[in-house]
Design a protein around this ligand. Structure first.
Ligand SMILES: Nc1nc2c(ncn2[C@@H]2O[C@H](COP(=O)(O)OP(=O)(O)OP(=O)(O)O)[C@@H](O)[C@H]2O)c(=O)[nH]1
Ligand SMILES: [Mg+2]
Length: 232
């Protein structure tokens, strides 16, 4: 143990960035998507862009550990014009870049606002991580935690800060439930026990209209955010 460094840790970001930017415009609402590897975070980002891009000005920041895979997928799928998609290569544990040292992500978000703004919504996808990964409130206003049924129906019961405290818990790939022997009602009960009144969306993101519960939730958050900062 190191006991000789005194109380000199860097300050943790625990509050949101100001709603009003230096030029007097309102910044975008920032929503983070985290969760274990392969649960459907990028698929959710893609589906949200397709569902909302005609009504909102959107940009996306992706995080991968060593590559730009997720950004390249979104570019290939043309879910947004290329200048609205930015990739951060974290080079370390994914949660470090969304919770502990958020500077690369914050810079990516601010650059997007400067270059293609004004924006209504910025989606920040974390690299796939474990059940403890959460976003700093200094980076995002709300966070969505995406798990899937193929990880097993005990995941909500296992809890962890993603499952218990995320502003929206998404349980994705419900289409696979019969193939992996998962009890969706049991998952819903366990999630309720862990989360109380916080919302849970069961989705099959790849199905036509499957993102609807998530896009509706995003619209509600955005309406509240806009009303709260109406003076801008
Ligand atoms: N059956 C089914 N497959 C899905 C669904 N959503 C996503 N997938 C598939 O699951 C795989 C992983 O999806 P991604 O969106 O890349 O997952 P991710 O969470 O972004 O993965 P990482 O960023 O690598 O952690 C892909 O092959 C998707 O096509 C779904 O609702 N049902
Ligand atoms: Mg991804």
């Amino acid at each position: 143990m190191h006991l000789d460094h005194g109380n000199d840790f860097p300050e943790r970001h625990t509050h949101s960035a100001e709603a009003i930017r230096p030029d007097g415009t309102r910044r975008a609402l920032r929503i983070g998507l985290g969760g274990p590897v392969g649960t459907g975070k990028t698929a959710t980002v893609a589906a949200l862009c397709r569902a909302l891009r005609d009504e909102l000005s959107i940009a996306v920041v992706t995080n991968d550990i060593y590559t730009r895979e997720d950004a390249e997928f979104l570019l290939r799928e043309a879910v947004l014009p290329p200048e609205r998609i930015s990739a951060v290569e974290t080079g370390a544990c994914p949660h470090t870049a969304i919770r502990d040292d958020i500077s690369a992500n914050l810079e990516a978000v601010e650059d997007l606002e400067d270059q293609v703004g004004p924006l209504d919504l910025v989606l920040v996808e974390s690299g796939g991580d474990n059940l403890t990964a959460t976003f700093s409130r200094g980076l995002v206003d709300f966070q969505i935690f995406v798990i899937d049924v193929s990880g097993g129906d005990d995941i909500p019961r296992k809890g962890g800060p993603g499952v218990t405290t995320a502003d929206l818990l998404v349980v994705n790939k419900t289409d696979l439930a019969p193939y992996v022997g998962v009890d969706l009602e049991g998952m819903a009960r366990d999630a309720k026990a862990q989360r109380g009144d916080l919302p849970v969306a069961f989705t099959s993101i790849k199905a036509e209209g499957g993102v609807r519960p998530v896009s509706d939730w995003v619209r509600e958050r955005l309406a509240a955010w806009t009303a709260e900062n109406a003076a801008a």
